[in-house]
Write a protein that binds this ligand. Structure first.
Ligand SMILES: Cc1cc2nc3c(=O)[nH]c(=O)nc-3n(C[C@H](O)[C@H](O)[C@H](O)COP(=O)(O)O)c2cc1C
Length: 368
């Protein structure tokens, strides 16, 4: 999660002077969690084709940045991909639907990166059913380089307000083969209301909110030690931590100033949305979820190429009891009867945002 300076200055209120002072100069210059961001700089430095492709695949978008992937490189020319169940999200993703979509993003990124060295990948998905590997991926010579490769390092999930600028028709036309793009103002207004109500439901349901707060990393030391989850870093947020406004306790307390400001910021961000992208599937099998992730990844790289920002807003698609009314509404609004909405994202023009942390590739290899 990245929160801009403008927002932070509005949060700090009483702590303004102390925070602003602490956020300047030498302190600010030392706040980048370089260790947590290192995998972005090491992408592509590996020589062995599977490791090279994987060094990009670990940069895939994934829910709550859990990075639920583990790979076994024991068999020649093969990547056996597992879902790391220790990284599940039992409250907000009880059926691991979103985590499986994240693995689909990983698979598509690995495929695109492998194509750049001329490698085609043959996949065998869920060869042992639900409890075995997600995929057995066999590398062979023969692929043509995928031009989307050029945008891997610039891709982001953009958690920022977007400008009011409409998404031009030629861009919509380019994205439509990958997703349903909603731009009609009445449609957009209804989806916006839904995302806001659903976000509040997640945030004011103590057990789902706690799941997120437990995954928050407060400041550089915590981010470097656990480069995943919801990273709250950078000089301004760290200054707020020093000023006592931003803390784990405050984020767990809906009556605290820090929590209330977070709600206000999120509302402002969700409102600043001129269009949405929707990915649906006819069924809701594991393969459908993988396929939705692959499409989302291509969509995200294509928006990057076009200079557009994309931000998943998944709350209304979550499968826990309190969310059920919003889930039903989302499906009535966004999918054909009986189909499943797999991804819903804000789309528009937003500011440039930074990279998010990743565990190094070596930590994701179980047998290499
Ligand atoms: C299936 C899925 C669901 C996601 N849902 C949300 C969401 O509801 N809100 C959000 O801010 N980001 C969401 N994200 C984005 C992740 O938080 C993001 O991919 C992760 O933090 C890594 O950041 P990056 O994509 O900028 O590299 C989702 C991503 C995926 C793949």
């Amino acid at each position: 999660m990245t929160i801009s300076r403008r927002k932070v200055l509005t949060i700090i209120g009483g702590g303004t002077i102390a925070a602003a002072g602490a956020a300047s100069g030498l302190f600010a210059a030392t706040r980048t969690p370089s260790k947590a961001l290192a995998p972005w700089a090491s992408a592509g430095l590996e020589d062995e084709p599977r490791r090279r492709a994987l060094s990009y695949a670990i940069l895939a978008p994934n829910p709550h940045n859990r990075q639920p992937w583990l790979v076994d490189l024991g068999a020649a020319d093969t990547v056996t991909l597992y879902r790391d169940k220790a990284r599940d999200l039992p409250e907000t993703d009880p059926y691991a639907r979103q985590l499986t979509i994240g693995l689909g993003c990983f698979i598509e990124l690995m495929t695109i990166a492998a194509s750049q060295t001329g490698h085609e990948i043959d996949y065998d998905f869920f060869p042992e059913g639900e409890d075995g590997p997600v995929a057995v991926a066999r590398f062979r010579e023969g692929a043509k380089a995928d031009p989307l490769f050029a945008h891997i390092l610039d891709r982001r999930s953009s958690k920022e307000p977007f400008t009011a600028q409409e998404v031009p028709a030629n861009m919509v036309a380019e994205l439509e083969p990958l997703a349903d793009i909603r731009t009609r103002p009445d449609d957009v207004a209804k989806i916006r209301d839904l995302t806001w109500l659903a976000w509040q439901t997640e945030s004011f349901t103590p057990r789902t909110m706690k799941e997120s707060v437990d995954l928050m990393r407060f400041g550089k030391a915590e981010i470097n030690a656990n480069p995943d989850g919801i990273d709250l870093g950078g000089p301004f947020l760290e200054a707020l931590m020093l000023a006592g406004v931003l803390s784990r306790e405050a984020q767990n307390d809906p009556n605290s100033t820090g929590f209330k400001e977070g709600v206000r910021i999120y509302k402002e961000m969700l409102n600043a949305t001129p269009a949405y992208a929707v990915i649906t599937t006819e069924g809701n099998t594991r393969l459908n979820q993988i396929e939705a992730g692959r499409r989302w990844l291509r969509l995200n790289l294509t928006t990057t190429a076009l200079g557009l920002s994309l931000h998943p807003v998944s709350q209304a698609l979550q499968e826990f009891e309190e969310m059920a009314p919003h889930y039903e509404k989302a499906h009535a609004m966004l999918a054909e009867p009986g189909h499943t909405v797999q991804m819903l994202g804000r789309l528009g023009f937003g500011p440039k945002v930074g990279r998010s942390p990743r565990w190094p590739l070596e930590t994701r290899i179980v047998n290499g």
